[in-house]
Design a protein around this ligand. Structure first.
Ligand code: ADP
Ligand code: MG
Length: 372
């Protein structure tokens, strides 16, 4: 049993194989493949209506998948009842028991599992401290704010150390400071217990700060599944590049591909930014050598004043707007009819002269090649 206290490595392996879900003729999930190793923290990131909750429901067994299989520790669970899966769950519209107090709600899963009263009391107390609700033990849900209720629901979902934990927007009702604290706490708890955790969010920053892996979904399909750095540095497509925050998507024409000794391709082509061809690099798996009009994603922070160093590519741009943020300066610039987002250091910003074209540079390695 998983109830004998906090143990390392309680996490289960989850694999979702070719799962689709239809509501009538509407395809809410299409051919989803997802693999979570024991103890991994995976975020499902996508905008509203993309299918995130549906995916959790299918994993939890609240919804049958129309097609495909789900394995927990190698066992096919698609047909089994959900209570057998021993999954910890926190749903978006968490339902606390209205007739139970804070302590009673959190104790509930332990009582169902018939833990000794002493152990129940200890765990409930620890959990209440963890979610910062000490002093509110005897209140009823209706006497709590939305954020407090959400923390009770979270505590109830994790109090029995479930080997697989599913969280649907667990921090949605919290204000910013508490959100940050709770991000840290959830990560600490799940990592220290080794729970495998799948957490749904529409917040990029939250996904980045908490996850071992991120799964980006849109319209019921996985756009990319990878580590935060893979997703940020090597977006699989334009959707991912744009979804992960401000970036610049630069079209290329007449692209030529040259494979280098280390398997990396050097891609040169013309862009609106400059008369000179530009150079970007890409791994073999992300290259389609037959296509001569790819795009590349270029992060605002990869663009620097050309005067400050030597760069693979340089171009001239006119600064249109700047916003001083203290640590950095956000700027909008125009070059070759493209509007560019820049993020400059304060010292670079001081070197700018208003109304004059400025030479900027970036390196091939700081780009990501994309096709669609
Ligand atoms: P998310 O959690 O990413 O916001 P959902 O998984 O809740 O999205 O929903 C995905 C899509 O499936 C939406 O278009 C939604 O309207 C639809 N949907 C969800 N549940 C049902 C249902 N029971 N019947 C019909 N359509 C549904
Ligand atoms: Mg949802």
């Amino acid at each position: 049993m998983i109830l004998s206290g906090a143990r390392k490595g309680i996490g289960q392996e989850l694999s979702v194989v070719n799962v689709s879900k239809y509501y009538g003729s509407f395809k809410a999930l299409e051919n989803i493949n997802l693999m979570c190793k024991p103890g991994e923290f995976v975020s499902i990131l996508g905008s509203s209506g993309s299918g995130k909750t549906t995916l959790l429901k299918v994993i939890a067994g609240f919804e049958r998948c129309s097609d495909g299989k789900i394995f927990i520790n190698g066992n096919d669970v698609a047909t089994g009842p959900c209570f057998k899966r021993n999954i910890g769950m926190l749903f978006q519209h968490y339902a606390l028991f209205p007739h139970l107090t804070v302590a009673g709600n959190i104790a509930y899963p332990l009582k169902v599992r018939r833990l000794p009263q002493e152990e129940v009391d200890k765990r409930v107390k620890d959990m209440i401290a963890l979610v910062k609700l000490t002093g509110l033990e005897d209140r009823f849900p209706r006497q709590l704010s939305g954020g407090q209720q959400q923390r009770v629901a979270l505590a109830r979902a994790i109090v029995y150390n479930p080997p697989l934990l599913l969280l649907d927007e667990p921090l949605g009702a919290l204000d910013k400071n508490l959100r940050h604290d709770m991000q840290f706490e959830i990560k600490r708890i799940t990592h220290s217990l080794g729970m495998t955790t799948i957490s749904v969010t529409h917040d990029q920053e939250e996904a980045f700060s908490m996850s071992d892996k991120i799964c980006i979904v849109s319209s019921g399909r996985i756009q990319q599944f990878g580590t935060p750095s893979e997703i940020y540095e090597r977006p699989a497509n334009r959707f991912v590049a744009e979804f992960m925050g401000t970036t610049n998507i630069i079209p290329m024409k007449k692209a030529k591909y040259e494979k280098k000794a280390d398997g990396v391709f050097a891609v040169t082509g013309t862009t609106p930014l400059s008369e000179k061809p530009m150079l970007v690099t890409a791994g073999e798996s992300s290259v389609r050598t037959g296509e001569d009009a790819p795009f590349f994603a270029l992060r605002p922070e990869a663009i620097h004043l050309a005067a400050g160093g030597s760069y693979d590519n340089t171009f001239s741009a006119e600064i249109k707007e700047t916003i001083y943020l203290g640590q950095s300066v956000k700027a909008k610039a125009e070059s070759g009819g493209l509007e560019l987002n820049l993020s400059l250091s304060v010292s670079e910003f001081r070197g700018l002269k208003a109304g004059e074209p400025v030479a900027f540079g970036f390196n091939a390695a700081d780009t990501a090649l994309i096709y669609d």
